[in-house]
Ligand binder design. Structure first.
Ligand SMILES: Cc1cc2nc3c(=O)[nH]c(=O)nc-3n(C[C@H](O)[C@H](O)[C@H](O)COP(=O)(O)OP(=O)(O)OC[C@H]3O[C@@H](n4cnc5c(N)ncnc54)[C@H](O)[C@@H]3O)c2cc1C
Length: 494
């Protein structure tokens, strides 16, 4: 733990949570419901919300239906659309904080810079940028898998003198009207931004590296009768949620493995493209040359039409560098812009950690993960007792709601914390062997998936190691998280 003369120590809590996004807040709710109320949640921002606080670019929305992209223990009968926008999701999160009285647990403007385990005391200490130390018998790392904006590694990025905007830190004061705007990226955020920007910008130029598979988006306004029904008969909303869950589970057959369903999904993607793009040449530029599922599948009804607006142009030449006035592509043309939008995703670390995490005997998690991040059931790491990860290694969903996975992780955390308390443990430490066996099986299963079938994606490290995705159905993941098997842990009593 880093020490400073100005460091202020706070009284120790039972559970320390890093991050007040969906995961951190969900963990606080379930711990509270289990009677554990001595919780401290450290949040670096001045508001809750995580992803949905930061990603408020025009058109920002979820791509899983809201009735599934919400907590099963806090369903919202009032979603205005099948796929809600960022603002409405943020509203749901803020209302959740009110409903469950979570404010008292949260300490804002506390950016955790170090997390260290004290073997003697069996306590985690979190040091923050503000010079405070917070301690807890258990720690939950819920700082989010996609919480740090990532800029591409393009030469000359500092040379560009125009306005730079990242999708995850939108500049709402910038007036796009009549401006020449470049968009780098054609991923999940870009395809939501482009249809909105094209309505404002004078000229919009989109730089595509790899075309994505884009599927139709069954988005519609929720009729009032449905909201009334959900309010009066909550079981009807649970039934819809179950139906959506099962429908998404069936998509695993297309997304995760190469099966006849994969071919059907590809046919649907090609049909959507053909229906919306009549120009053969443009269609060719937008046709993916890799198996569906290998990269994240996108859903949009207005992306292809936006690209065909008279003020929009798609460039598929690779970018060579940024210059003072714009973007130079490899064939030597300089495209000049008033503003460049970086829809280039997030700084996803496959091996490092967002801040130093020091386990038993001061070992560093970044060292242990140097050759690829690994955990037991994605949640505990050998050598780091009483530490729980949300969205840890190999827990990424490709076909179902992230919140379904999150709920399983949170319930597992509650079991872990209850075990620590009821047995008065100094350390609940997963065994090396259990972690190793779990990961060998995961990597064997991953080898047979579409993600590992040869395309380049943010799921993989440079050398092709997949520390991101879970190779199975969400229900398989949930099943493995149901039981905390103490045979896989060593227990040290206080
Ligand atoms: C644009 C976008 C769209 C998405 N859409 C979907 C979707 O449609 N369907 C789906 O299933 N999933 C989606 N996801 C993935 C996932 O569901 C969300 O990212 C989700 O919000 C993750 O919740 P979280 O709490 O784990 O992380 P976050 O929401 O990122 O919250 C993490 C919190 O931790 C804080 N924090 C980070 N570092 C520190 C630190 N060092 N100290 C203190 N606090 C810290 C952050 O400020 C943030 O508030 C999307 C992700 C993004 C980025």
């Amino acid at each position: 733990m880093s020490k400073s003369t100005t460091t202020r120590k706070n009284p120790s809590a039972t559970v320390l949570i890093v991050g007040a996004g969906f995961a951190g807040l969900g963990a606080a709710i379930r711990l509270q419901q289990a009677g554990i109320r001595d919780i401290v949640t450290l949040e670096r921002a001045d508001r809750v919300g995580g992803t949905w606080r930061d990603n408020n670019y025009p058109g920002a929305a979820c791509d899983i239906p809201s009735n599934l992209y919400s907590y099963s223990f806090d369903q919202n009968p009032d979603w205005s659309r099948s796929f809600s926008g960022s603002e409405e999701i943020l509203g749901y999160i803020q209302a959740m904080v009110e409903r469950f009285g979570l404010q008292k647990y949260i300490r804002f403007n506390q950016n955790v810079t170090d997390l260290a385990f004290d073997d003697e005391l069996g306590v985690w200490h979190a040091t923050t940028e503000a010079g405070e130390v917070f301690s807890g018998r258990a720690a939950v790392m819920a700082q989010g898998p996609l919480s740090n904006a990532g800029f591409p590694d393009i030469p000359g990025i500092e040379d560009y003198q125009g306005h730079k905007i990242h999708s995850a830190a939108w500049d709402h004061d910038y007036d796009f009207r009549g401006k020449k705007v470049g968009v780098i990226g054609t991923g999940a955020s870009a395809i939501q931004i482009i249809p909105e920007l094209v309505k404002e910008a004078g000229k919009l130029t989109v730089f595509q590296r790899t075309p994505a598979w884009v599927m139709p988006r069954p988005d519609f306004e929720t009729p009032d009768w449905q909201k009334t029904l959900f309010r009066k008969v909550p079981a009807s909303q649970s039934a819809l949620r179950k139906g959506l869950y099962l429908a998404h589970e069936s998509m695993a057959l297309a997304v995760i493995w190469d099966s006849p369903v994969t071919r059907m999904a590809e046919r649907l993607g090609r049909w959507h493209l053909k229906r919306q793009v009549k120009d053969r040449w443009l269609r060719r530029q937008l046709t993916p040359d890799y198996r569906i599922g290998c990269k994240r599948i996108l859903v949009s009804n207005d992306y292809y039409p936006a690209l065909q607006q008279p003020n929009c142009k798609l460039i598929t030449w690779p970018i060579a560098r940024l210059s003072e006035h714009g973007i130079r592509t490899v064939e030597g043309i300089e495209h000049q812009f008033d503003a460049i939008v970086f829809a280039t995703g997030f700084d996803v670390s496959h091996s490092g950690t967002p801040f130093p995490v020091r386990g038993s005997g001061g070992r560093l998690l970044a060292d242990d993960w140097k050759r690829g991040a690994q955990a037991y059931k994605s949640i505990n790491v050998a050598g780091y007792p009483n530490l729980f990860l949300t969205f840890g290694p190999n827990s990424g969903p490709g076909h179902n709601s992230a919140l379904v996975y999150m709920e399983s992780q949170i319930d597992y955390i509650v079991k872990g914390v209850k075990t620590i308390l009821s047995r008065n443990l100094k350390a609940l430490a997963v065994r090396d062997r259990a972690q190793q066996e779990y990961n060998e099986a995961i990597q064997q299963r991953l080898a047979k998936t579409n993600w590992n079938s040869g395309c380049k994606s943010w799921y993989l490290t440079e050398d092709g190691f997949n520390a991101t995705m879970y190779p199975g159905f969400a229900s398989q993941y949930a099943n493995q998280m149901k039981e905390l098997d103490l045979r896989d842990y060593s227990l040290v009593t206080a």
